[in-house]
Design a binder for this molecule. Structure first.
Ligand code: ZN
Length: 292
């Protein structure tokens, strides 16, 4: 589907549905607080019968006159993720869906991973002849230096496998192929399209700012995981490296975009994905925006 906003932004979904209880993702959430939220009345984001969050795992491709820029590469096929069965050895049609959406893998000039969690790097690579090879043969893969250095250190020093071992199958092969561009967290891809540091969810987490001079969108990865965090910006996720910093970053971001025309496009908001933020620091809310 096409999202509203600057340029043509194409969303390709790998997986969407009611997956997890809110308390799994947000340690501070209670069932009572969730059921009292506005989001709880919206079946696009919350399944009241099962008390589960509806989430999407999708890629967004910005088609500018100069480049096709693909943001976040979801979970991927054939990856060994035995701890999470819906991510384990998938065989989904994501690559065919990209092609059908008019943005085949060969057409991608840049891949941006907003951070290096397993559900944002999966399609960096695909299995070919028993080896992990870059899925996007003509792309430079942009990864923030802080993020690369952090996870490289964690994987070397931690006794538990970090990020479901996704470094080995989805990051290292990109570095080995010479297709990674390890960049500063304010890197500009082209005029109007640049990164903004958004640390907390992970140390090198970034937001992509996209403007064509008329309209503005922010592709924010997991800076806000789920619409519940717009009503409850204090709720950081169980997967945030630094929950306090994540909270500060989220509130600063909400303050920047609230009551503006800016579109916000998170990595896991269900269809239609794009929202505008309303309200102020005494209480934020949102409206969904679809392409007219
Ligand atoms: Zn994620």
């Amino acid at each position: 589907m096409h999202l509203p906003g600057p340029f043509d932004i194409v969303r390709v979904v790998e997986m969407e549905g009611a997956f997890r209880a809110p308390e799994f993702l947000f340690p501070e959430a209670t069932e009572e607080a969730v059921r009292a939220s506005k989001v709880a009345t919206d079946p696009r984001f919350y399944n009241a019968e099962t008390h589960k969050l509806v989430m999407s795992f999708h890629t967004l491709v910005i088609k500018t006159p100069r480049h096709n820029i693909l943001v976040d590469t979801c979970i991927g096929n054939d990856k060994e993720r035995p701890e999470l069965l819906d991510w384990h050895q998938r065989t989904g049609p994501f690559l065919a869906d990209l092609a059908t959406a008019g943005v085949p893998a060969e057409s991608i000039d840049f891949v941006l991973c907003t951070h290096l969690h397993a559900d944002h790097v999966g399609w960096n690579t695909k299995l070919f002849d028993g080896r992990w090879v870059p899925t996007f043969p003509n792309a430079k893969y942009l990864m923030a230096r802080t993020e690369v250095e952090h996870w490289n250190e964690v994987r070397k020093t931690s006794d538990k496998p970090a990020n479901h071992r996704s470094w080995d199958d989805s990051v290292q092969p990109i570095l080995d192929a010479g297709q990674a561009l390890v960049i500063d967290s304010d890197y500009e891809i082209e005029h109007g399209i640049h990164l903004i540091p958004a640390p907390g969810h992970t140390p090198g987490n970034v937001i992509l700012h996209v403007s064509d001079g008329k309209e503005r969108a922010y592709l924010i990865g997991d800076t806000i995981h789920h619409p519940l965090q717009i009503e409850h910006p204090d709720w950081s996720s169980s997967f945030c490296s630094d929950p306090n910093l994540s909270r500060v970053t989220r509130k600063e971001f909400l303050n920047t975009v609230a009551e503006t025309d800016s579109l916000v496009m998170p990595a896991h908001f269900g269809t239609p994905t794009a929202v505008r933020i309303t309200g102020d620091s005494t209480g934020y809310n949102f409206e969904t925006v679809e392409k007219s």
